[in-house]
Design a protein around this ligand. Structure first.
Ligand SMILES: *[C@@H]1O[C@H](CO)[C@@H](O)[C@H](O)[C@H]1NC(C)=O
Ligand SMILES: *[C@@H]1O[C@H](CO)[C@@H](O)[C@H](O)[C@H]1NC(C)=O
Ligand SMILES: [Zn+2]
Length: 317
């Protein structure tokens, strides 16, 4: 009887999921929300999530290529507090998002245009009985960091992200890894606000901070990786010029764990943890490096000598 019931029910369930609300979720929400689309099913929410140039990726450091035009960035108004408008900080059910006015901008850094900062948000892992399970989206040689900060910029000529995603170079996202270490005073006021946005849909304001106080010192931002990819949440638009900085931000263990005290839902039944998308195939993309690799250069020189001798032998035999 139960079996018959299941058989009768299942085509309906499948149909409901197929053309139902199409809510997307992270793997960590799948048990509590069996009908939601977890990362492998995001392409059912939006086709673009199944395309070839998706993010995040794993960066294999011995395959990255040096590119000479990846010069340091020029940061504009990253060092002011934009006192005119307070920041809005919200729990949108997927992350903690801080909306910005767009007056902070980035230029140079191998970009063809200036891009203005629209928002920043975080991805994190989970607090385990023994330690912390990392939750960055990008990884370096297979290794993930505790958290990742994304500062989302759009091309200066656009006014909204909706417009920018239609341009294949519409967005420039700066990605920063976050390590566990010493307490970071500069994050104190932001982390304190998390108490007020525990549930999905909660929103509050905070005193604006200097964006440059949230990231490593400018002299440590000359080293980065660059590749072309997508937004890491649906609709996964392939419109992003990604920059992943090598120097991480440091937060203390308890600061990092404060993020895990948020909830994915309104009823505070599911803690917001592991809100990262798994890495996607690189396919035929190249990841560029702003630094000349310390390993590649001597290796080429060593290779050069036997090649030279070989050519000489060919020439004179
Ligand atoms: C994290 O884990 C530690 C011990 O493993 C526990 O004492 C602490 O309360 C946990 N914190 C959160 C935010 O769940
Ligand atoms: C946060 O959201 C919950 C659920 O919608 C609501 O009950 C609560 O009042 C909100 N809290 C604040 C501080 O807005
Ligand atoms: Zn992100």
């Amino acid at each position: 009887m139960e079996l018959l019931f299941l058989v009768l029910l299942s085509p309906l369930t499948v149909k409901a999921a197929a053309d139902g609300e199409k809510e997307w979720c992270y793997q960590s929400q799948k048990c509590a929300l069996p009908a939601c689309a977890e990362p492998r099913a995001w392409k059912t929410v939006n086709e673009e999530c199944g395309k070839k140039y998706q993010s995040p990726i794993n960066i294999v450091t011995n395959k990255v290529e040096y590119k000479g035009d990846l010069k340091p960035f020029i940061f504009e108004e990253y060092d002011t507090t934009q006192k005119s408008s307070p920041w809005t900080i919200e729990n949108n059910g997927h992350t903690v998002k801080v909306s910005l006015s767009g007056s902070a901008k980035i230029g140079a850094g191998g970009l063809q245009n200036k891009y203005k900062a629209m928002e920043f948000h975080f991805h994190w892992g989970s607090n385990l009985t023994e330690g912390y399970s990392p939750g960055s989206e990008h990884s370096i040689d297979g290794e993930r960091y505790a958290m990742e900060l994304h500062i989302v910029h759009i091309k200066e000529s656009f006014s909204t992200t909706t417009e920018a995603v239609k341009d294949e170079e519409g967005l420039a996202v700066l990605g920063f890894f976050i390590n566990i270490g010493a307490e970071n005073e500069n994050y104190a006021s932001l982390i304190k606000k998390l108490n007020e946005i525990v549930s999905k849909g909660n929103k509050t304001t905070m005193e604006p901070l200097r964006l440059d106080s949230l990231i490593p010192d400018e002299e440590n931002l000359k080293s980065y990786y660059r590749y072309r990819g997508s937004l890491t949440t649906p609709n996964c638009n392939e419109a992003v010029i990604w920059t992943i900085f090598k120097a991480p931000i440091t937060l203390s263990e308890s600061q990092v764990k404060n993020f895990c005290e948020l909830y994915f839902n309104e009823h505070n039944t599911l803690q917001m943890t592991d809100n990262f998308r798994p890495v996607q195939p690189l396919n035929d993309r190249i990841v560029y490096n702003s630094d000349v690799s310390v390993i590649q250069a001597p290796a080429k020189a060593v290779l050069g000598i036997p090649t030279f001798i070989y050519l000489m032998i060919l020439l004179f035999q």
